[in-house]
Ligand binder design. Structure first.
Ligand code: SAH
Ligand code: SF4
Length: 396
């Protein structure tokens, strides 16, 4: 049974045509610069930026009024110049397995359009994983992925990426004050212990915003999620992989899904541009790669397409010498798809071959399928706004 917790019940969290920029998503330097605008003298800027950072990212406050160690006049100035709100929650659904999915409506972008993205929280016995989106839609067209049927609408800003994590913390009550007030602490002390960039979009095609957002999310004086607990999943944008290791520094997951170029060309069309050999060469050189910092290879199990014992053997051969984990993902169906999920026996046989070769190969239990929250099922109704619609909006 699916529970829809709220549908447009919550008050809209943004004021129409609000010109004030949000402080969420600004790097520390950008935040200090923004304070200059609110009249904070240069000498005080770093200190004030530190205080505000703490309120926003450590405490999770949603208004300047709550920043009690900041003088009232400055709080008022800040409120005149900036916002620190969250995106609007359109729906929050809870699956019968505890998985939650939120549909978020973003503040209007420069074209006046309000787009929607989905994010998913997956509680497990020893961890809580938040799956966030990096783009509205996707430029790529992987044939087994629901998001791939939605054209790229636009990149998410660093603000919108960070705000997903903050909105999820609000939703599952995971701010330090919530946890302190909670007589039964969650496992590991937190509800959200891991973040994966595995929602909508290709994170390496939105490099700079993803980079800034991950810097903020992992900042030890704020949300404080270690980069070892953040995983960026890419379909294989080879030229950006070394930069991702050097500049973003999170864990890496590669959507491999095929063991020959012939198969992978069909599943992940980007393979025609960056074939398997080049992709794996980039992985072998991934900065920081070690047994303690392995690359996860994701492999979706598609009946009769990529799930034979020969595929499993080829997979093991391909990855030889790369410190790797293999994540077998049962295909999650969506309306209109041409694929089916492999039979359970087939998946087990595949996993056994991979295990025998010495790879940990957990089969990812499908979570939240009843609310279309499982891997590859995310899609929003947002579409690229046409010029005519934009004019109509502007005239409004
Ligand atoms: N664009 C990035 C990240 C988002 S997709 C990427 O492709 O890696 C996150 C993971 O879900 C990827 O491994 C993707 O291949 C997988 N996926 C997509 N559609 C799926 C489906 N229908 N069933 C199972 N996994 C799917
Ligand atoms: Fe885009 Fe990833 Fe889906 Fe491919 S699998 S279409 S890259 S979101």
């Amino acid at each position: 049974m699916t529970t829809i917790l709220n549908t447009l019940e919550a008050p809209p969290r943004y004021i129409p045509n609000d010109p004030r920029p949000s402080l969420i998503g600004m790097t520390r330097d950008a935040l200090a610069d923004a304070l200059a605008k609110a009249g904070v003298p240069e000498k005080q800027r770093r200190m004030r930026a530190g205080q505000i950072w703490h309120w926003i990212y450590h405490r999770g406050v949603q208004s300047f009024a709550e920043m009690s160690n900041i003088a009232k006049e400055l709080r008022q100035r800040l409120d005149e110049e900036f916002v620190i709100g969250r995106p609007e929650i359109v729906t929050e659904q809870v699956s019968n397995d505890g998985t939650r999915k939120w549909l978020l409506k973003l503040a209007p972008d420069e074209r006046g359009a309000r787009h929607e993205v989905e994010m998913v929280y997956i509680p497990e016995a020893d961890r809580g994983t938040l799956c966030i989106s990096s783009q509205v839609g996707c430029t790529l067209t992987c044939t087994f992925c629901h998001t791939g049927t939605q054209k790229l609408v636009r990149n998410l800003t660093a603000n919108e990426i960070v705000a997903q994590v903050m909105t999820a913390r609000d939703g599952v009550k995971d701010w330090p004050s919530d946890i302190e007030a909670n007589p039964t602490p969650p496992l590991g002390g937190r509800y959200i212990t891991n973040v994966v960039l595995m929602g909508m979009g290709e994170p390496l095609y939105n490099f700079d915003n993803v980079k800034d957002a991950m810097e903020i999310v992992s900042d030890g004086e704020g949300i404080s999620l270690s980069k070892r607990r953040i995983t960026l999943s890419t379909s294989g944008v080879v030229p950006e992989i070394p930069r991702a290791g050097a500049e973003i520094g999170t864990m890496l997951a590669i959507s491999l899904h095929g063991t020959t170029d012939e198969i992978r060309d069909k599943l992940v069309p980007l393979n025609k541009k960056y074939p398997i050999k080049e992709l794996l060469a980039a992985c072998r050189k991934y900065p920081g790669l070690s047994n303690a910092r392995r690359i996860t290879f994701e492999y979706v199990m598609l009946k009769g397409v990529n799930d034979s014992p020969e595929d499993a053997k080829r997979l093991v051969k391909l990855l030889a010498g790369i410190p790797a984990k293999i994540n077998l993902i049962p295909f999650n169906p969506w309306p209109g798809t041409q694929y089916e999920c492999s039979d359970w026996d087939t998946i087990e046989r595949f996993a056994e071959i991979v295990n025998k070769a010495g790879y940990a190969s957990p089969v990812r239990t499908p979570r939240g399928r009843d609310i279309m929250a499982a891997c590859g099922q995310l899609k929003s109704e947002s579409q690229k706004i046409r010029a005519k619609e934009r004019l109509a909006l502007e005239a409004h």
